[in-house]
Write a protein that binds this ligand. Structure first.
Ligand SMILES: *Cc1c(COP(=O)(O)O)cnc(C)c1O
Length: 241
């Protein structure tokens, strides 16, 4: 697709997404200002990210540390200020240094071990990294993340860690099971509410909802939706509901 028509596509699709966010907020008595749209750019390159910025997107996310760092250095080489990129994918300990100081936030802090390792390295570097705790709400064995009761059990300890600033929770809905999606998103919000009631935690950010289920996620309280295909892929058609 030629660059101009791709840019037009991005801008028009963005208006459609904003409308859907707005409608979902209205259905659930929320304000559209309370929902941040993150463009997940893992399938596209820096030129497309720049076009997306021109189309109005301000926040981006990547699921692989190497690719996040690579995109940032490409921005630097071109002398362009990069937008903030959140890290949203599986993070191995040997990649922590790569994302410290580069990722705007780490949404995928999926275990106490990982939180402690990030804390130690961030403290060495005199950094405080905003983080979300990734929760495996649906309990699928293939999925990473804290079990809800595990997070509840460790919350005070996690709040004491230096070098990280917990801002909220993140989850992924189970694939191919729309009925389970809503239960998952609701479970994330209820877990957040109970953590705030039972500990000193303040966890305003709820990151859930992707291209196929973000409207439902918003109805259930999402404050941050992570959208990939629906933002960047002209071929993408939302599943009918
Ligand atoms: C790819 C990805 C997304 C976006 O998924 P789409 O279905 O393309 O919207 C969201 N979150 C994570 C963690 C991802 O890896």
């Amino acid at each position: 697709m030629d660059p101009n028509s791709y840019k037009e596509f991005l801008a028009q699709r963005r208006q459609e997404i904003i409308q859907k966010v707005h409608d979902a907020c209205q259905r659930s008595g929320r304000s559209a200002e309370d929902v941040d749209i993150y463009a997940v750019s893992k399938t596209v390159g820096v030129p497309q990210v720049i076009q997306a910025m021109e189309a109005g997107y301000t926040h981006f996310a990547e699921n692989r540390p190497q690719e996040l760092v690579r995109k940032l250095s490409e921005f630097q080489e071109q002398g362009i200020n990069p937008p903030p990129f959140d890290m949203i994918g599986n993070l191995q300990k040997n990649k922590i240094n790569a994302v410290l100081g580069t990722a705007a936030r780490i949404q995928s802090v999926s275990s106490v071990h990982l939180a402690e390792a990030i804390s130690a390295r961030a403290t060495e570097k005199n950094l405080v990294v905003p983080v979300l705790f990734e929760v495996n709400v649906s309990g699928e064995s293939t999925k990473s993340g804290f079990a809800p009761e595990e997070l509840a059990q460790w919350m005070e300890r996690l709040l004491d860690l230096e070098g990280i600033e917990p801002q909220g929770l993140m989850t992924m809905a189970p694939a191919h099971e729309p009925a389970e999606d809503r239960v998952t998103f609701r479970g994330l919000r209820e877990l957040r509410d109970s953590l705030e009631t039972n500990t000193a935690a303040s966890l305003p950010v709820l990151s859930c909802g992707m291209s196929d289920d973000f409207e439902m996620a918003i109805e259930e309280g999402a404050t941050l939706v992570r959208l990939g295909r629906i933002v960047f892929d002209p071929q993408y058609t939302p599943a009918s509901d």
